[in-house]
Design a protein around this ligand. Structure first.
Ligand code: PLP
Length: 362
């Protein structure tokens, strides 16, 4: 029987493995969330996150998974009579469009085939057709292993549609991929911590622009738990609106310290080097699912050109080495498989995993 007390080493694209030193941070005695000690922890952590995200605007801490901010961005910043342009290139970008509809907003979808990027040209053409309050983008589509050209998209948005808000799901991108929030002119960007922050799941970091926060003040029925205006009032006191999972913030503080010591350029380069290693292997043994130009530096989606039984291969490696990687997502199951190379996963870890896959596939 699968034993949760003897968990497999994780190469699935989130949650990813968490090192013992990070876990130990979460075993620290807890703090009262209205006390001075807690506020010091939050202030320190948010200051570091601002450096990690290259922003001087708002950074909020949310005791929720990343999906909460899909909803928060829409409910706070889009009035009921406004329309969102949802770019869709895979399972997670599709889901965000669904969430916006579930929040009762008008949504227009700009779809491309799974594995294809959403380009600035496509967005520009679509924006020209209608009156949109915001665009939703997924930086790194975890279902397909594709990184959208968000820097080019942002350049176009700033030049042509500076008044349209830009919401970016950076769940599997933040930390692993370049992210200069202010320079990009984004309005909301967020990531849950079980990806490249390499922390157990259940917590999310969100950057919110001043203009998004201002706009939210005029939007009715924003609710309570994810209310940006209330979040900002609490954040001004280095607190959160509700009781946070303090232990997550301790781990985040620890990870941010490490990231800043390493330097974000180096962190991104480390992810790139791991990605190039896995892509080299994938190209030799299989193919990469997306065009290499758009292949992600935090996970690789491998096209199963040899028709291996992916589920059986994962099972065999789990049985022998107590290690798992990801099958393809949704409709891409068996057609593809996914290997994470983000957070505290190392090149040595990857060499070991790829060696084991080689042994299985012969
Ligand atoms: C790109 C992307 N967006 C959103 C989510 C949802 O995040 P969470 O599971 O933290 O709610 C995921 C989860 O894997 C994801 O990969």
């Amino acid at each position: 029987m699968a034993d949760w007390k003897n968990p497999p080493r994780l190469f699935i694209p989130g949650p990813v493995k968490v090192d013992d030193d990070v876990l130990q941070q979460m075993a620290r005695p807890t703090l009262g969330h209205r006390g001075k000690e807690y506020s010091t922890l939050q202030a320190e952590t948010v200051d570091m996150l601002k450096k990690v995200l290259f922003t001087e605007q708002n950074v909020f801490l949310s005791t929720s998974s990343g999906s909460g901010i899909w909803e928060a961005a829409i409910r706070n910043c889009i009035a009921p009579d406004e329309t969102v342009l949802a770019t869709c290139c895979g399972a997670f970008s599709d889901k965000w469009a669904d969430v916006a509809e579930l929040c009762g907003r008008r949504v227009e979808r700009l779809k491309v085939e799974w594995g294809q990027p959403t380009t600035p040209e496509l967005i520009e053409a679509k924006l020209a057709e209608g009156n949109y309050a915001a665009v939703t983008l997924v930086y790194n589509e975890t279902s397909t292993g594709l990184t959208n050209p968000v820097y080019d998209i942002s350049k176009m948005m700033k030049a042509k549609y500076p008044d349209v808000l830009v919401f970016v799901d950076t769940v599997s991108g933040m930390v692993g991929l370049p992210l200069h929030f202010d320079e990009l002119g984004w309005d909301v960007a967020f990531a849950s911590v079980q990806k490249a922050f390499a922390i157990p799941p259940g917590f999310t970091v969100a950057a919110v622009s001043h203009r998004a926060l201002e706009k939210s003040k005029s939007v009715p029925n924003r609710g309570y738990y994810f209310n940006f205006e209330m979040w900002a009032k609490s954040a001004a006191k280095s607190q959160t609106l509700v009781t946070p999972t303090v232990q997550h913030i301790m781990a985040l503080n620890y990870q941010c310290n490490k990231l800043l010591k390493e330097g974000m350029e180096n962190v991104w380069a480390r992810h790139k080097a791991m990605a190039e290693f896995v892509r080299g292997w994938a190209q030799e043994k299989f193919e990469i699912f997306c065009d290499e130009q758009y292949a992600s530096n935090t996970l690789t989606t491998v096209k199963n050109t040899r028709g291996i039984n992916v589920a059986e291969t994962i099972k065999a490696i789990q049985e022998k080495h107590n290690t798992i990687f990801g099958n393809g997502y949704g409709k891409l199951k068996e057609e593809t498989f996914r290997i994470a190379h983000m957070g505290d996963i190392t090149m040595d870890d990857l060499k070991e995993l790829l060696g084991w896959i080689d042994e299985e596939i012969g």
